[in-house]
Design a protein around this ligand. Structure first.
Ligand code: NMX
Ligand code: MLT
Length: 473
């Protein structure tokens, strides 16, 4: 009976899917709920066989279709422009930016449930969307918020592992150490040791992924409070959602900071598969390392200054501008400062991108947030000035493929405005957010049975010989 109810609800939902298919092929709508509709695990259990068949058919029918030619430039140039990964949760367009399961950031802001009318999207809603391809109802998001709160329990040895590090250790080192210590509880590792069949891998991966996502804000806020506050841990508030709770556990109580955190976590969650952190998580996961091991590896990539650490670098750089020139800096002074940075052999942090070729939409939505809530903040004004000054200079350099600002050019001034002023901590916030994208894809990696990742490498000798032969032929 319960099963039949589920089936008829499903066919109602499927007809809604068809009605809304003009919005996006990969996004489906759900508005009525049965109890299994509220449960993310049940939703996935239903979706997975469909998607397994889809992949099997794709490979059988189109396995030999070419996706492009690999050039020597691509091999030497960090695999730019080489399509080589399957990543279901999001897709990046060089001009338009990221789409999460087909939805742009403004569409997510409009369609995903919020904590209050016209509020920012709840990251749990995005998690649901990434995992299922469906826009969740508020009831589904509330159920997932509750599930994440229930899973948000961190054993004491995790905090002790962090405490073993000097308090001056970089926050990303402390955070990644905490995530490694969480691994002791991996359900995937236990199941593998017991000999689980590969057809079932996704289930303990799901358990680990959801628990990891639920627990990382606790580990991250512990690091923050240990380093910068009184060291007292603030427990989870049962009345708050994921983003609100993270902000609360860091020690912030304002409504606007909670809203900022919801937006922050949502937009930093996922950026297709080739970025350093996502790719690392996927690569390590392909060896059947569990989600904790895979995500800890991803964090170590995120901690690099050309990737996630750029958010720290941006605020430190902006503060160095203010220290040297004051807050009321003229355009010419700012230009000189940018040239001084470039001439000393450094990059301008927060500008440029490996794939994007226009202003990052994640920058734009943070700019809109600032225009709404902190239009007169001097550092926001400086960020706006940089938006005018930096791109023409980078263009003049003649080698920068994308002179426009990326996500990291903006995030620091927003956090700084609400009192989170410790720039060295910023990449940890990026890391917590990215757990949502990386862990979602890890579940699908195991559900689809994706194999060990092992591309071919060659030497310079090999390349030279290959090119000689190609020329002679
Ligand atoms: N300032 C100065 N030089 C730059 C910049 C920049 N913002 N962006 C690119 N270049 C240089 C780059 O270093 C390279 O120089 P060289 O040939 O001497 O090695 C040249 O321009 C060509 O680089 P691109 O092909 O345009 O960029 P690439 O794909 O190699 O690198 C980034 C992309 C993001 C690493 C690069 O733009 C950069 O270093 N930006 C500053 C750091 C930053 O904001 N990173 C955060 C990216 C977003 N995230 O969160 O991960
Ligand atoms: C990211 O969010 O991962 C960055 O924008 C870097 C990238 O996409 O390569």
């Amino acid at each position: 009976m319960v099963f039949l109810k589920g089936v008829s609800a499903l066919s109602r939902l499927r007809s809604r899917v068809k009605q809304h298919s003009s919005l996006s092929n990969s996004v489906r709508w759900l508005q009525t709920q049965t109890s299994s509709d509220l449960d993310l695990h049940s939703q996935l259990k239903e979706l997975i066989p469909e998607q397994q068949e889809r992949l099997k058919k794709l490979r059988a029918e189109h396995g030999k279709v070419q996706l492009g030619n690999i050039t020597v430039d691509m091999v030497i140039g960090g695999m730019r422009g080489m399509t080589g990964l399957l990543w279901e949760t999001s897709l990046l367009d060089p001009d338009e930016g990221i789409r999460f399961r087909g939805l742009s950031i403004p569409e997510c802001q409009k369609l995903l449930p919020a904590a209050k009318p016209d509020g920012e999207p709840l990251p749990e809603g995005l998690l649901w969307l990434l995992l299922t391809g469906k826009v969740p109802s508020k009831a589904q998001v509330d159920a997932l918020s509750q599930e994440l709160r229930d899973r948000a329990v961190v054993p004491d040895y995790v905090f002790k592992a962090i405490d073993a590090l000097p308090v001056s250790a970089h926050p990303m080192t402390q955070f990644a150490t905490g995530v490694m210590a969480l691994q002791v509880q991996s359900e995937f590792q236990k199941a593998y040791e017991k000999g689980i069949s590969k057809t079932k891998y996704w289930e303990p991966t799901y358990e680990d992924a959801l628990s990891l996502i639920a627990r990382v804000p606790l580990v991250a806020s512990y690091v923050y409070r240990r380093m910068y506050k009184d060291g007292k841990f603030i427990p989870v508030d049962d009345s708050l959602d994921y983003g609100g709770n993270f902000s609360h556990m860091l020690g912030f109580s304002s409504d606007q900071m909670h809203e900022l955190m919801r937006l922050y976590v949502t937009i930093h969650s996922d950026h297709e598969g080739g970025n350093v952190s996502a790719h690392t998580g996927h690569l390590v996961g392909s060896a059947l390392s569990d989600p904790y091991l895979s995500f800890a590896a991803a964090l170590n990539g995120l901690a690099g200054p050309l990737h996630g650490l750029a958010n720290q670098e941006v605020l430190l750089w902006i503060k160095s501008v203010v220290d040297e020139c004051g807050e009321n800096i003229s355009k010419d002074q700012l230009k000189d400062y940018v040239w001084k940075t470039l001439n000393s052999g450094k990059v301008v942090p927060g500008f440029g991108h490996g794939v994007l070729r226009k202003t990052d939409p994640r920058y734009m939505c943070q700019r809109e947030f600032a225009l709404k809530h902190l239009p007169d903040d001097p550092l926001f004004k400086l960020v706006s000035q940089l938006y005018e000054v930096v791109p023409p200079i980078l263009t003049e350099l003649g080698k920068v493929k994308n002179p426009w600002p990326n996500v990291d050019a903006h995030s620091g001034v927003l956090l700084n405005y609400y009192g989170l002023t410790e720039a060295r901590y910023y990449t940890v916030l990026f890391g917590v957010s990215r757990s949502i994208g990386i862990c979602s894809q890890l579940i699908w990696d195991r559900a689809l049975g994706l194999p060990l990742e092992r591309p071919k490498s060659v030497t310079m000798d090999w390349l030279e010989n290959h090119c000689k032969k190609a020329k002679a032929a």
